[in-house]
Design a protein around this ligand. Structure first.
Ligand SMILES: NC(=O)c1ccc[n+]([C@@H]2O[C@H](COP(=O)([O-])OP(=O)(O)OC[C@H]3O[C@@H](n4cnc5c(N)ncnc54)[C@H](OP(=O)(O)O)[C@@H]3O)[C@@H](O)[C@H]2O)c1
Length: 339
């Protein structure tokens, strides 16, 4: 199927997307990126992977976020993205920003997770093979390792850049203090920390408590993940739990997180969204993009229609001070849930 692809990308694909600079780097990223954590493994239909990825590309989404362990089984999201890359997108590698990460358990034994030089180097080599590329554009340390010296983890990242296997490096899920240390260590190695990937949404405002200040002050981009709180910040759960939804599967979004306070809050946010002429998903994304230190949001989708709903956020109005105050008031009721 791949080599016989007749996909012809939309010639106007760059007309409507907005791009923001990743910190003070030379790299521009689309304000909305596509994440392949869920829905792109071997447990889903190949045609759906292809449809969502090529549709995203057609709409100016140049940035695709992966990790070694994404997909069921782990690694299959990279393999499936690699198949689309060799097929539909085979003439477009230079128009794409492909991210991968290593940090969570990927293979058995003491070298299959965390932040050692051994693990990061071997994992990236495996990712490159699955993706079928010579280099990734961004490579992340996926989570801080409490037992490996930070010097070793960031030293491995710097060497990966020196060997041409990644163009930019980042960290994900690091707190503000450890991020500041990583920035300093990498500066000494003359490889800038280009990006941090924290979870950021209306339901997890953690990055506002110091991390965004560190990133802004040091010219590091912020790429926020799960900006829809895995679907909670959409219309998906306003009237129950539909079958086939992430909460119905109950693996990464447990039904137990929903309670009356959260549901009332989501309905209140939905009312704000309607008044703005948006869906709840669009308002959640517009809200997270209101801070210019946030370069891009990595959104997930299980259908083209969902992703289109998210992309339409970019055509929405900016927030008035009154709307922001209303949102703050609503969110104060669920502060600390950190979903
Ligand atoms: N660095 C890290 O540690 C880390 C961790 C997690 C994620 N990430 C990255 O962030 C990406 C996004 O994470 P995420 O998938 O949790 O993001 P998300 O955008 O918060 O949630 C995506 C899910 O929300 C639902 N959804 C999306 N648009 C919708 C719409 N218009 N209407 C109704 N439901 C809608 C879908 O759920 P259904 O499946 O129910 O349809 C979709 O799969 C990942 O793919 C990954 O690249 C990184």
């Amino acid at each position: 199927m791949q080599s016989s692809s007749t996909f012809v990308p939309d010639g106007s694909r760059y007309d409507d997307m907005r791009y923001r600079r990743l910190g003070t780097s030379g790299l521009l990223l689309p304000e909305i990126s596509l994440g392949l954590w869920q829905n792109f493994g071997d447990d889903g239909p190949v045609d759906r992977h292809r449809a969502i990825i090529t549709h995203a590309f057609d709409r100016g989404v140049t940035h695709f976020d992966l990790a070694n362990n994404y997909g069921v089984p782990a690694g299959s999201a990279e393999s499936n993205f690699g198949a689309v890359l060799r097929g539909d997108l085979r003439h477009h590698r230079d128009e794409l920003i492909i991210s991968s990460k290593a940090g969570y358990r990927m293979w058995p034994g003491p070298y299959g997770e965390w932040g050692s030089r051994k693990y990061l180097t071997a994992s990236l080599d495996q990712s490159l093979k699955r993706l079928g590329v010579d280099y990734v554009d961004i490579f992340y340390s996926h989570r801080p390792d409490p037992d490996t010296p930070l010097e070793e983890t960031v030293g491995a990242l710097a060497d990966i850049v020196a060997r041409g296997k990644a163009l930019y490096v980042g960290v994900s899920n690091y707190d503000a203090r450890r991020t500041e240390e990583a920035i300093k260590l990498l500066r000494d190695l003359r490889v800038p920390l280009a990006v941090h990937q924290p979870r950021y949404s209306m339901l997890d405002r953690g990055p506002e408590e110091g991390l965004l200040d560190v990133l802004g002050a040091n010219g590091v981009g912020c790429v926020g993940f799960s900006p829809l709180a895995q679907g909670l910040l959409t219309s998906r759960y306003l009237d129950g739990t539909p079958s086939g939804s992430r909460m119905a599967r109950g693996e990464t979004l447990k039904p137990g997180v929903m309670n009356d306070t959260l549901l009332e809050t989501l309905r209140g946010l939905d009312a704000v969204a309607r008044e703005r002429g948006q869906t709840l998903a669009q308002t959640a994304l517009s809200w997270a993009l209101r801070d210019r230190r946030v370069t891009s949001l990595i959104v997930g989708a299980s259908s083209v229609e969902q992703f289109d709903d998210s992309l339409a956020a970019l055509r929405g109005p900016s927030f008035t001070a009154e709307e922001l105050a209303r949102v703050d008031g609503l969110l104060s009721r669920v502060a600390g849930m950190n979903l």
